[in-house]
Design a protein around this ligand. Sequence first.
Ligand code: COA
Length: 282
Amino acid sequence: MFKNDTLTGKTILVTGGGSGLGLAMAKGFSSLGAKVAICGRNEDRLKSAAETIGASGNPVYTASVDVRDYEAVSAMMDRIESDFGALNGLVNNAAGNFLFPSEDLSPNAFKTVVDIVLHGTFNCTQQFGKRLIDSGNSGTILNIVTTYTQTGSAFVMPSACAKAGVLAMTNSLAAEWAEYNIRVNSIAPGPFPTEGAWTRLMPDPKIEEAYLKKIPAGRYGEHDELANLAVFLMSDLSPYITGECVTIDGGESLMAGQFNSLMQIAPRKQLKGFFQMMKPKK
Ligand code: COA
């Protein structure tokens, strides 16, 4: 799909790049010529991810950090710049989420998710942006949000609040930093199975089965599909796209359409039979 040098000349930091979708994107970037840095809290996971990513032959850097810690993020950015090279791409992927009734959340549970998702994105984005603006170099930021930033969602209220904030940050900075040649976009992924998300968000096979029925495409997303979209938005193939949020969910978020649920009630052949019966006879 892409030429092998699509991302040559890019040095991209992926937060939470040691596993799941962060790792999938990091692999995708590296396979197309980028130098990739990954950061996260678990050093062992980062080292093992770096081996997989480095199979491309391109340089990989790992940095152990908690994105909630502004000073630690700043120090990490300095280390990356001196040991690996100046960054010109940032993917804010690190997240925290779990299912829980909102009335029973502890204040610290709410704060923890908002700290990781919203403050963590701010910490990385501002530190990255400052350095680009000071150097006069152009750059690209990609924020991983969710499809429920607009609608909210039961049982993941802290995540919905935090991701809605990240979307607002995306759009605010897309306008504010366009003059510095910094593009800021987001991707709203629907259901892409990862160990981290599935253990936290799919507690039971029956729930998973019901969930799958809600997806018009009839399947979950594949990691490469998300990685390809991320490559496009991080590359020079999309120089005029900024402030955009691209949904990639097999149509799941459109299921609010009033009669869409008919598709869940009966197979298409049976539905067609009903519709024929309802058609006025001539
Ligand atoms: N349900 C309800 N509350 C929860 C919870 C859950 N599943 N998991 C943690 N909490 C609460 C804790 O009880 C604690 O609150 P308290 O101090 O009032 O008891 C607070 O959240 C912080 O938990 P803690 O485990 O100390 O935080 P942490 O920083 O170690 O971990 C999490 C952060 C909770 C988000 C953890 O799930 C995590 O590390 N996630 C990273 C990966 C991830 O979530 N990816 C997203 C996949 S969709």
